[in-house]
Design a protein around this ligand. Structure first.
Ligand SMILES: [Zn+2]
Length: 309
């Protein structure tokens, strides 16, 4: 018999924090969850990490311009942040629930590597301020690098926050959904219709990609219950076995101890008896590893991305 998903029902004590890397993730990932919590009398807080300003093709199309400089990019970010405000109104979320961090779009992985302690401290301020008991965050397995890195930054901030750990619900926008049943929401036609209406507030994204955006928004909202990896998972073992281009591969390790990155050939790794690569010293949990290629490419999605060790 197939396992059915766990049904989530909030109440008036629910304090939901949504972490959205870009404008539109709040609607695609959590549009029904936000309404459900509001209808139950709970509180919501939406943390928008970037303004989605690195989005040149829709901007070229809508603004009929080829060259996009800093001023145009900033203007596009303001436009997209405004679209989030409109979408949230259609989801019955008050305007003052939106908090924008203004971090660089397509830059969250660099932020993890270069300034994670600042980002963690700013996220902890948000946690202390709002005191969530439920956090909806991008799935670690999402293939968009900003999404996986948003997961890592949020988990590191949660590790720094001295409070009862909230329920963590991971939502996937880019990539293949997990086969495990996860957490579902009670179906409601009115909430689904309001979610589709909220999507249309994102005019800048509907111009070139309306079909793809509607398909993503039309899926039933499903979440992974984010938990620590099983205790029998061997600490420090990496899931990758790179055979070639090792000097071009960059390994990043992020944990409460800090963030470090190296070319694969310089990383502190050793092989175990089964031929697996593992870290010579295992950092404090939660510990995340990321592998990527150190060459520029027009393909933005991750091939390997992040995993939790
Ligand atoms: Zn996104």
């Amino acid at each position: 018999m197939p396992l059915s998903p766990e049904l989530y029902s909030p109440d008036a004590r629910t304090r939901l924090l949504v972490v959205a890397p870009h404008p539109d993730d709040e609607t695609i990932g959590t549009g029904e969850l936000l309404q459900l919590v509001r209808a139950a009398g709970g509180q919501v807080h939406v943390l928008l990490l970037t303004d989605g300003d690195d989005n040149p093709w829709p901007q070229r199309w809508i603004e009929r311009r080829l060259r996009i400089g800093d001023a145009e990019r900033a203007r596009w970010g303001r436009r997209r942040r405004g679209e989030v405000g409109d979408a949230l109104r259609r989801l019955d979320v008050p305007f003052d629930a939106l908090h924008a961090m203004g971090w660089p779009d397509m830059g969250l992985t660099a932020l993890v590597r270069e300034d994670a302690s600042m980002a963690r401290a700013r996220l902890v301020e948000q946690l202390v301020d709002f005191r969530p008991n439920v956090v909806a965050l991008p799935a670690l397995s999402d293939r968009h690098p900003d999404h996986g890195s948003a997961h890592v930054l949020t988990r590191l901030a949660l590790a720094d926050w001295d409070a009862e750990p909230p329920l963590l619900l991971g939502y996937l926008v880019h990539g293949r959904e997990e086969t495990q049943p996860g957490v579902a929401l009670p179906a409601a036609a009115d909430r689904h219709a309001a979610k589709l209406a909220a999507l249309t507030a994102h005019h800048s994204q509907m111009a070139l990609s309306a079909g793809r955006m509607r398909r993503l928004t039309d899926r039933p909202e499903r979440y992974d219950r984010v938990a620590r990896p099983p205790a029998d998972r061997e600490a420090g073992a990496l899931p990758w076995h790179p055979m070639a281009w090792r000097s071009q591969l960059r390994l990043t390790i992020a944990s409460p101890d800090g963030v470090r990155h190296w070319a694969w050939t310089d990383a502190p790794l050793q092989r175990d008896g089964q031929g697996r690569w593992r870290l010579a010293e295992v950092p404090t949990a939660p510990c995340f590893a990321r592998l990527d290629m150190d060459v520029s490419s027009p393909w933005i999605f991750d091939r390997w991305g992040w995993c939790e060790l």
